[in-house]
Write a protein that binds this ligand. Sequence first.
Ligand code: AMP
Length: 145
Amino acid sequence: MTLHDAYDPDNIFAKILAGEMPSIKVMEDDIALAFMDVFPQAEGHTLVIPKAVQARNFLDFPTEKVGAYMERVQLVARAVEKAMTPDGLVVTQFNGAPAGQTVFHLHFHIIPRWTGQNLRGHAGGQMADMGELESIAQKIRPFVA
Ligand code: AMP
């Protein structure tokens, strides 16, 4: 059902893009915005969302925009890896509520992983401390510049 619903222009990421909701940004250009996940599953959990498009998920995202957007996803993934020096890095994306999607504007998750450290729960739990998220963002930003 949620896989093919109409795009809701009031979704939280649309509000972030419109500047109506705050976010801790690490990268922004005309193609994409990357910002810290406020319910991080691991330290450095970053989201990359496409701009200037109304796409709920990867399936309805215009094909001609995929290349430029995925370049930004890779740019931010590399920056997160350099800044956080994890043992591994998850780059993932969910399509539709049954697949785990909770915000219906396309986004990729970039989640550092460390050996022996479990991931925190997805899209829930305790909201991160904004000061801590800002310090992590400060580590990541130099690597996307
Ligand atoms: P998904 O469940 O794949 O749609 O991912 C949505 C992600 O957005 C989750 O990891 C949430 O923790 C995160 N999230 C929700 N609201 C915000 C927000 N206002 N700022 C940053 N991240 C958010």
